[in-house]
Design a protein around this ligand. Sequence first.
Ligand code: SF4
Length: 487
Amino acid sequence: MNIYCINHKFLYETEKLLFLFLPFEKNTCLDTFCGDDGDYFLTAISRSGEQVLFKIEFSYNGQVRSGEKSLPTSQCTDEEYELLSLSYPILKESCGFAPEWGMLTGVRPSKLMLNRIDELGEDGARDYFTNRFFATPEKTELAFSVAKTELRIIKESPENSFSLYVSIPFCPTRCSYCSFVSHAIGTESAKKLVPQYVDKLCEELEFTSHRVREAGLRLTTVYWGGGTPTTLSAEQLDRVMTVIEDSFDMSDCFEYTVEAGRPDTITKEKLLVLKKHGVNRISINPQTFSDGVLREIGRCHTAELTVEKYRDAREVGFDSINMDLIAGLPTDTFDSFKNSVDKAIELGAENVTVHTLALKKSSTIVTENERDSVNADNIAEMLAYSRQALTSNGYKPYYMYRQSKALGNFENIGWCKEGKECAYNILMMEEYQHIISVGAGAVTKLLSPGITRIERVFNYKYPFEYISRFHELLEKKERITSFFSEV
Ligand code: SF4
């Protein structure tokens, strides 16, 4: 579809709004309009004397709908909002449905809710969601409920504390929806990188521990993500975990998570290593309990293997296990998604994180044009079922975020049993704590007092670059020391 943005700079926001209604549309952006016989979306802002004029035209399926409004310049404090809120009902009418989050496109609805509660009070914050951004009452309550839980965890987080994030950017194979920088270790070149990567990671951990000690920071949570950390061997896991214990003061660390996401990387030996080093929360991610869908998305394990590894983890003594599921996977149906939710509940996972499939540009689904296998029609039903089933089995939503390009503009929700919230997920997602990160692709986030500013230090993205430019990376990491000496 042609998108015409005339005389304004809100192209990105306009495209994001259109995506809520037409996620599979390929768009061409233009800034002049000389008539168009096809489908198009035109937004324009102009000024006449003391008036600002907003104009919309949306041509879709042979019908053209339009809207205009003008405001005195003195009252026009938010042109972006005026333009998008004029567009929203026109897109809604033309496409025949209303997105459940209304016009909200940001990735952190619960953070927005927390900020609005602070500014406007609880009723004002709800009103802001439903009347200004047209979110449904259900989504508004979801954001409200998550925000209240998050607030409790945020308040419990001690000042000057930080979480340590360890990135392991390797996986057994690449999932078709993956947009992370993760290397499939099935290839010889990637496999060869792993030992060198582990060496550098240990060095970076030691180096970083000196910087945080100088800054007087206290470690409260550790999170290993990626990739799939359990792609490392038991010996490699043991070595890196020993370096962490020897380098950092672990006495305030109350949560230690390792994503053992792919069941085909888990062995009893590795689970015992994790247990020995005080890991108290792991993820074993089915994504789906349908073998057909698993094959379709390029994961070479079965649903049965997920159950087997889950039972192994219980035997080893893990009492806080997360399971990730995804709604909208290629070839998945409502019934098979329902079965996946039921199975995770039946197994008794303490956390169930329900994601909505996001069509990221770098994923195989998009690059190899496999979009036809994605059925976006019943995502709302799938998510509604997960909400009802999890709620009635004692789970509550404790953290939430949205990804750009998520089908239907829906969210990812972390559900947990009472007292089983993952503090790291909340503190990291809502940006309430320093995150000190190590490994390829990792991003360190340093917060100024009062969180008025967030500074990011980016590690090199790809493992080969991380290894070959390691000295430059350490120079960048010196910023941790200078940041804290300035604030
Ligand atoms: S397990 Fe996660 S990181 Fe690894 S390929 Fe699949 S989606 Fe990507």
